[in-house]
Write a protein that binds this ligand. Structure first.
Ligand SMILES: *Cc1c(COP(=O)(O)O)cnc(C)c1O
Length: 348
């Protein structure tokens, strides 16, 4: 079998959720963000494990994700939809008991007209200019919206991963100005915001990346991605390996070809720049990352293993991201559908 295995440690994800939960005061609820299929790791399994760990509220990006999550969680936990209430969503929102975070006057109107009395929250724009109702508009419509009793007022920080960024206190002040004294539960912090300290926690936090072992939270390692060795060969000095003859042997070498490539979300820009791992031992990647295959120089291993790891405790998504010039979020969410996802922990 040439299928690579993505091993997902549900206990580590739960431990990261608990650790993030402990960073805020006892009265602050810690939700879990499981949009984009729990950042590529599988929202059904991750959601159930986090519900067992004690998470009572989940955030997804779109209504369809919320509907799928409801099927796997069953009734009980709250599911908030960050993208709000889009045209055509009313039946799903009602039937699957989803709570849209309304982002605009248009969404407020749509929700009130189609699902009057159904729970909703409000997303406010405190300066990021991406989603949410802007201050002037909020001032105009707040009385009507508040009369319908939103369950939550939230906003999102643009620069929370940079603790010293001036945007953080600015957005905090804007959020206070828009929400102080209204008596509605409030949420501002995702993973980065949690680390900014209690002033940013309000009533509810919304960590995502920190659950999955990504920066800026220094959590437990969650993933191992093991690529099976399909073939090994000897090459002589002067022979080249792979597309564009990108690597040339300088000694008699043993080359292992493993099964995964850029079609599986391993960026081609990693070519030759990150090791693979045989347990604790790094093994140089050589040549180009191609669509389905990667080559490694295993000359110095006593024995060729059955697989080599590209994600493991020694090399996380942020390590790959740094080399590839992107962020851990993108590496995670790009992990492809061809991997066998194996879960450990939880009730796996
Ligand atoms: C994605 C997202 C989160 C989670 O952010 P992390 O940085 O992954 O913790 C929280 N809130 C909103 C609005 C988001 O879009």
């Amino acid at each position: 079998m040439a299928q690579a295995t993505l091993s997902i440690d549900l206990d580590a994800i739960s431990a990261n959720w608990r650790a993030l939960d402990r960073l805020s005061a006892a009265g602050v609820q810690t939700a879990a963000v499981v949009k984009a299929d729990a950042y590529g790791l599988g929202a059904a399994r991750v959601g159930r494990a986090l519900a067992e760990a004690g998470a009572r509220r989940f955030f997804v990006a779109m209504t369809e994700e919320g509907a799928a999550l409801r099927q796997s969680l069953g009734p009980g936990p709250q599911i908030n939809v960050l993208g709000g209430h889009m045209a055509g969503d009313a039946d799903m929102i009602r039937d699957l008991d989803l709570t849209p975070m309304l982002n605009s006057l248009q969404q407020v109107t749509r929700h009130f007209e189609s699902l009057s009395g159904h729970p909703f929250g409000i997303q406010l724009d405190s300066g990021m200019n991406r989603l949410g109702i802007e201050p002037a508009e909020w001032q105009a419509i707040a009385p009507i919206v508040l009369a319908a009793k939103p369950e939550m007022l939230m906003s999102h920080l643009a620069c929370a991963d940079e603790a010293d960024h001036a945007m953080n206190p600015l957005q905090l002040a804007n959020f206070h100005a828009m929400t102080d004294g209204l008596g509605i539960p409030r949420s501002l912090a995702a993973t980065g915001g949690i680390l900014l300290g209690p002033a940013y926690h309000f009533d509810l936090t919304r960590p995502g990346i920190g659950l999955y072992g990504g920066r800026p939270f220094a959590g437990q390692s969650v993933l191992r991605l093991s690529l099976p060795v399909i073939q090994t060969r000897r090459v002589e000095p002067g022979e080249t390996v792979g597309y564009a003859c990108a690597w040339t042997a300088t000694r008699p070498s043993v080359v292992a070809t493993v099964a995964a490539g850029y079609a599986d979300g391993l960026p081609r820009s990693l070519s030759g720049r990150t090791p693979l791992w045989d347990g604790e031992q790094p093994v140089p990647m050589i040549g180009r990352v191609s669509m389905d295959l990667i080559t490694a120089d295993v000359t110095d291993l006593a024995e060729v293993p059955r697989s080599l790891d590209i994600l493991c405790p020694a090399q996380g998504v942020d390590d790959l991201a740094d080399i590839a010039g992107t962020i851990g979020y993108e590496i995670l969410t790009a992990l492809g559908p061809r991997y066998a996802r194996r879960y450990s922990g939880g009730q796996a």
